[in-house]
Design a protein around this ligand. Structure first.
Ligand code: H2U
Ligand code: ZN
Length: 342
């Protein structure tokens, strides 16, 4: 959609080319009366080391195992994993009732020994160590037989169900492609066949030409609010060259990715003057042994906040039963995030 577009002020729907799904945009609804107020800010953890935290160095976890005195990052097998490495290979089909085994590995990654930090408050050099672990985990888990996908993610903040304020993320490696990865793989593969270029390479080229949804860019990565964003301040981090997965990152690109993560999370915190909750994660090429030249790795940030530190967007009603809907346009959200610099 080249601007100015007649659709811009009317309700319309936008296609997500990565999934084939539509989002409803209702820009006129932002003129609705709003009697909002500013809430007291959520306190940030004051302790650098919390003796009651399961993730702090030297402490015992819920199952009694003691964490090492780790100086930077720390990876461990999730003590309550959603997946186990061993399950019989079976598939049961009874008409519409279809089930099959799913196996995999669940790791927890502490980003820092400091209990009171978040990505936004960590030094770029320390975030780079987190990126290094994501590379190592992708290579180690992705290299295992029977692992088709390495899904890296972080749930940040109580609002997103994070169990603990200690900065940490998770890595789930699975035998089958999860839904989102399967959709994105199919759509990127079809686009490559049809256009001869990767979908997200073409997409970023166009966004950089238009500029209106770009939040910021460095030498190797661009952060933007996608044209088809569902969450009010949803963003993507996209590499500027074609990179299928973490193991393809060059040294300089790891630094640039850490810098982009730092800058984005700082802007988020600034937006409502609160530690910004989100679910974020990286999509990368499947580790099923195929080349996957259609794949462009990227991060999705899905933050729920809409208007303030506590007023969030709910995905209910029409959104659960029909399609996601938003009032604030992606262009307006990008502008707000551009303004939240510093
Ligand atoms: P969140 O990312 O949702 O906060 O989850 C953290 C994970 O850490 C969660 O999956 C695991 C939980 O099972 N965990 C342990 O493995 N051991 C513990 O002692 C506490 C939490
Ligand atoms: Zn801690």
């Amino acid at each position: 959609m080249a601007s100015p577009s007649p659709l811009r002020n009317a309700s319309h729907r936008r296609l997500n080319p990565l999934t084939g799904e539509w989002v409803l945009v209702s820009p006129h609804r932002t003129q609705r009366p709003w009697q909002g107020r500013r809430e007291p800010q959520a306190p940030t953890p004051a302790l650098a080391h919390d003796p009651d935290c399961y993730l702090c160095p030297g402490n015992s976890r819920a199952n009694g195992v003691r964490n090492p005195d780790y100086p930077h990052t720390f990876v461990f097998d999730n003590d309550f994993p959603a997946l186990k490495a061993d399950a019989p290979t079976t598939r049961e089909v009874d008409g519409l009732l279809v089930a099959e085994d799913e196996t995999g590995l669940c790791h927890v990654l502490c980003f820092s020994p400091r209990h009171d930090l978040t990505l936004a408050r960590m030094a770029v050099a320390d975030i780079e160590r987190v990126v290094d672990v994501w590379v190592e985990e992708t290579i180690a888990l992705g290299g295992l037989p029977d692992i088709a996908s390495v899904q890296i993610f972080e749930n940040r903040g109580e609002m997103m169900g994070a169990s603990n304020p200690h900065p940490h993320g998770q890595i789930w490696a699975t035998r089958h492609l999860p839904n989102e990865l399967e959709k994105e793989t199919d759509r990127q593969a079809a686009y490559l066949v049809q256009h001869g270029r990767p979908l997200l390479v073409d997409y970023l080229d166009r966004e950089l030409e238009l500029g209106e949804r770009v939040v910021f860019a460095n030498d190797d990565f661009c952060v933007l609010v996608p044209f088809w964003a569902i969450w009010p301040f949803e963003t993507m981090i996209l590499p500027r060259r074609r990179i299928g997965g973490f193991e393809e990152l060059r040294t300089r690109e790891k630094t640039s990715l850490a810098a982009a993560l730092s800058q984005l999370t700082r802007r988020y915190d600034k937006l409502f003057d609160t530690p910004f909750p989100y679910s974020m994660g990286f999509h990368q090429k499947p580790t099923d042994g195929a080349l996957h030249v259609e794949w462009q790795m990227h991060a999705h940030f899905y933050p729920p906040l809409l208007r303030s530190a506590t007023i969030r967007k709910f995905m209910v009603g029409f959104e659960m039963l029909g399609s996601p809907q938003r009032d604030l346009t992606p262009e307006a959200a990008a502008e707000r995030l551009r303004e939240a610099a510093g």
